[in-house]
Ligand binder design. Sequence first.
Ligand code: PLP
Length: 409
Amino acid sequence: MTRLNENYLKLPGSYLFSEIAKRVAAFKEAHPGEQVISLGIGDVSRPLVPAVVAALHQASDEMGVAETFRGYGPEQGYLFLREAILKHDYLAWGINLSADEIFVSDGAKSDVANFQELFAQSSCVALQDPVYPVYLDTNVMAGRTGEFANGRFGGIIYLPCTEENGFIPQLPRERADVVYLCSPNNPTGAAMTRAELKKWVDWAAANGSIILYDSAYEAFITGADVPHSIYEIPGADKVAVEFRSFSKTAGFTGMRCAYTVVPKALCVYDELGAKHSLNALWLRRQTTKFNGVPYVIQRAAEAVFSPQGQAQIREVISGYQQNARVILGALREAGLTAFGGVNAPYIWLKTPKGLDSWAFFTTLLSKARVVGTPGVGFGACGEGYFRLTAFNTPQLTQEAAQRIAGLKF
Ligand code: PLP
């Protein structure tokens, strides 16, 4: 008899987005001909920009010619892309890193999911509540938690992100080995200021902890006091890994390209107290379990950094930012309290009249035929909140906003 990894049995059965899809399908069946608009999606709606498409074509042509054909590439990513990332996203911001501290991957999701493998089974993990579920679920699968009860897993340090603290995680009283921070945040749309992030970097340095910093929505930052990289904070290279993605920045959700920065200054310790480089360990892990991102995709990602690519993606991102403003305006008109949407493509609204997240889901679907995501699906502290996203088209976002504005709570 083959035994399973019983940690998988600890995961709650119903997946949030399949439950939403089920309820939307039932509504559509009962209301044929009515147009339902989704402001629930975490996927982009605008196509790839022309500079990226041109690079894809050119790289595809190279793959059909013997002299320029490429087989397996370097597991860490081609140097042309790592150098473009380094120059544009770090050196230009006064951050000193080197190309061998950057690892190109097929998505921030895989990297934030896999990185925990490098830490001891006994490591104590802290994460935000509400949270992007991947951080939590992968630690459950790895056996770092107890059972699930009352919306929480035993053995995890939850960092409540509430209206009282502006949805910014506060330092825990207990020590944690690893802390996941996501800023700008999915789902709350909150972004940490330089001063707030500095507290975490100093805390990690004082406690010998490691921060896994997910910055997948960095391109949406508008505030001058919001750092674009954790390495803007002095000393962060000794305590933090940073994850970034081309998914929302450049419409690469279906292309799959992201990168992770693992500074060489970052160390972990064995049982005897001997020091080991996290960069060397991640390289070892990647060369064993990963065979790199396709050449054509990496050339397409490189094109994001060209002057044309930058101008074109900024225009697309501005469109999503405009959608966020439209949604925020409509929510206020409807008499609702909303957060986020300024440094992130996510709007986090407080459900009215004490409705729980799923009751508000039903209200919004039945009265406005608009779909969003119940906050409780991201954690216990998400109860009483609801997430809307700015990723739909301007036309459908406008239409949904008009319907919401007319509701009056
Ligand atoms: N991190 C956060 C916080 C996200 O919200 C998402 C996607 O929704 C990801 C990572 C995944 O990014 P990628 O498409 O690069 O895997």
